[in-house]
Design a protein around this ligand. Structure first.
Ligand SMILES: CC(=O)SCCNC(=O)CCNC(=O)[C@H](O)C(C)(C)COP(=O)(O)OP(=O)(O)OC[C@H]1O[C@@H](n2cnc3c(N)ncnc32)[C@H](O)[C@@H]1OP(=O)(O)O
Ligand SMILES: O=CC(=O)O
Ligand SMILES: [Mg+2]
Length: 528
């Protein structure tokens, strides 16, 4: 099926199942969204490049001088809707039908339906995800597995919060006036077009997670997009809510400003720890003083992560906004009870720390972890829905604390080999259409894999990129170990059909002189 509308070209296929999502009216709405906001989105992407050039030249990020009045001002975000007051357990996962049902039924208070880090943005995944979201909102989501197992929604389900793609990703299957559309606007636009009025009729609304922003000006753009969509759809101003992931080092310096921009649409902030680590590596990649140790050592308790985490809680609660904790990558381990108990203990410790620090809830990657998070927050919340009233005047975070990048050692052979193995396996999964997979008993998605590949790029180029046995991390060493790690993966039979292509891509990402901003960008070029 093809649709011809002035200025619009759909380059992806429209099957009978896709047609109710890609209706002429929905496409016309997307086209107007694109025309209204694409020029500003592009300017902001240029601003990112310019900022990177200044960082490369030695600029040290700091809190902004010209927004001091916002940080000093006495303001709060608008009151939260009832179904966003209690988010003590938030499960996340890709927008695959069966997983969505499992997530919505998991007992978690809310569910982050992910078109981003845990999703490969194939045309099928994006449009099927929209079908699934529409069905979920109407409680019509059901599924029958190939083995004949029936899945349907429980009477009580989690509140759905949709995460569209970040500002940097495009949707190459839709052209407006000869330009391809931004993935973020495509995902957001279809979701509100099909669902906002229906949600409002049910006494609720459409809620979003906003990823990977680098400045409050990017938040201003989302705010304007929300306002525009509300007006177009004759919905009350402020009914759409967005929770911003603070997952870039630059956004950490603008948390107040980001909340302020979105204050009529805000549902708080979330500590997106994995992309945050990646962002630190990316932004300071040419700084010869910057170097982080093995990925496994960069935990939430190292100085720069601790500073970011506490500042986020303090900032949110000062503005009457929820502070949401991020994701432990630890998932249940099958067939090894002792290892599983240890893993569960790690998740428990992570959630208890966040709950005691003041977070109002936290993310889990798997239904088997909901009870652990729930117990951690039940213990601090009791009958209260959240602990936004818990202020943290004791927290004092200076810019230098956010930039206190420790530990810088050790970097070990196992750490480097682990990064190669994870990076290649993840890419192999991603290009085959699977954006989140378990690897070495950890959840791996686009954000965690970015850490693995950017660390190697940086270790090769940094004078501090030296193994604990004295060997310098180099292209030659990487190229010696890459085929060895690929051969090991081949023996497992996992990701067999795309492994060699992934290895080649991983080699390009790691050895190219210019740092590739996101692995999903060259990855997307490989998708049909
Ligand atoms: C950095 C960030 O952005 S974090 C946010 C993005 N990341 C995520 O959302 C992680 C989502 N998690 C996942 O995708 C999965 O848990 C994985 C890939 C890590 C592991 O998945 P699996 O290997 O399938 O786990 P496992 O075999 O234990 O699953 C058992 C059951 O739980 C379901 N399940 C597992 N994780 C989830 C989830 N997050 N949501 C819903 N259901 C889930 C499985 O579908 C399976 O269901 P079934 O028994 O009905 O068949
Ligand atoms: O999106 C979350 C993250 O940790 O990255
Ligand atoms: Mg992320």
């Amino acid at each position: 099926m093809t649709i011809t509308l002035a200025g619009i070209r759909v380059l992806g296929h429209i099957s009978p199942a896709f047609a109710p999502i890609l209706t002429p009216d929905a496409l016309a709405f997307l086209a107007e969204l694109h025309r209204s906001f694409e020029p500003r989105r592009r300017e902001l992407m240029v601003a990112r490049t310019e900022r990177q050039a200044r960082l490369d030249a030695g600029e040290v990020p700091d809190f902004l001088a010209d927004t001091q009045h916002i940080r000093d001002g006495n303001w709060s975000i608008a009151p939260l809707p009832a179904d966003l007051l209690d988010r003590r357990t938030e499960i996340t996962g890709p927008v695959e039908r069966k997983m969505m049902i499992n997530a919505l039924n998991s007992g978690a208070k809310s569910f982050m339906a992910d078109f981003e880090d845990s999703n490969t943005p194939t045309w099928e995944n994006q449009v099927e995800g929209q079908i699934n979201v529409k069905d979920a909102y109407r409680k019509e989501l059901s599924y029958r597995s190939p083995e004949g197992k029936e899945y349907k929604l429980n009477p009580e389900i989690a509140t759905l919060i949709l995460r569209p793609r970040g500002w940097h990703l495009m949707e190459k299957h839709l052209e407006v006036d000869g330009e391809i559309m931004a993935g973020s606007l495509f995902d957001f636009g279809l979701a509100v077009f099909h669902n906002l009025k229906y949600r409002l009729s049910q006494g609720t609304s459409c809620y979003f997670y906003l990823p990977k922003m680098e400045s409050h000006l990017e938040a201003r753009l989302w705010n304007d997009v929300f306002t525009w969509a509300e007006a177009e759809l004759a919905a009350p101003h402020g009914c759409i809510k967005g929770t911003v992931l603070i997952e870039t080092i630059l956004a950490a310096f603008e948390m107040d400003e980001i909340l302020y921009e979105l204050r009529e649409h805000s549902a708080g902030l979330n500590a997106g720890r994995w992309d945050y680590i990646f962002s630190c590596i990316k932004k300071f990649r040419v700084n010869t003083d910057f170097c982080l140790a093995n990925r496994s050592l960069i935990t939430m308790t190292v100085p720069f992560m601790r500073a970011y985490s506490l500042l986020l809680i303090k900032t949110c609660h000062h503005r009457n906004a929820p502070a949401m904790g991020g994701m432990s990558a630890v998932i249940p381990i099958k067939n090894d009870e002792a290892a599983n108990e240890k893993a569960m203990q790690q998740v428990r410790a992570d959630k208890e720390r966040d709950a005691n620090d003041g977070y109002d809830g936290g993310w889990v990657a798997h239904p088997g972890l909901v009870a652990i998070a729930q117990a951690a927050w039940d213990a601090v919340l009791g009958s209260k829905p959240n602990q936004i009233s818990k202020q943290r005047p004791d927290v004092h975070v200076a810019g230098s604390d956010l930039l206190d990048f420790q530990p810088s050692a050790p970097i070990t052979e196992a750490g480097l080999r682990g990064n190669i193995s994870v990076g290649v396996q993840y890419l192999a999964a991603w290009i085959s259409g699977l954006g989140c997979v378990p690897i070495h008993n950890l959840m791996e998605d686009a954000a965690t894999a970015e850490i693995s590949r950017s660390q190697i790029w940086q270790w090769i180029r940094s004078p501090k990129g030296v193994l604990d046995d004295g060997r310098k991390v180099s292209t030659a060493l990487f190229r010696q170990w890459l085929p060895e790690e690929v051969a090991k993966i081949h023996t497992t039979g996992r990701f067999a059909s795309t492994l060699d292509e992934a290895a080649q891509m991983f080699d390009e990402l790691t050895t190219s002189e210019d740092f590739v901003e996101f692995l999903t960008l060259p990855g997307y070029e490989r998708l049909k």
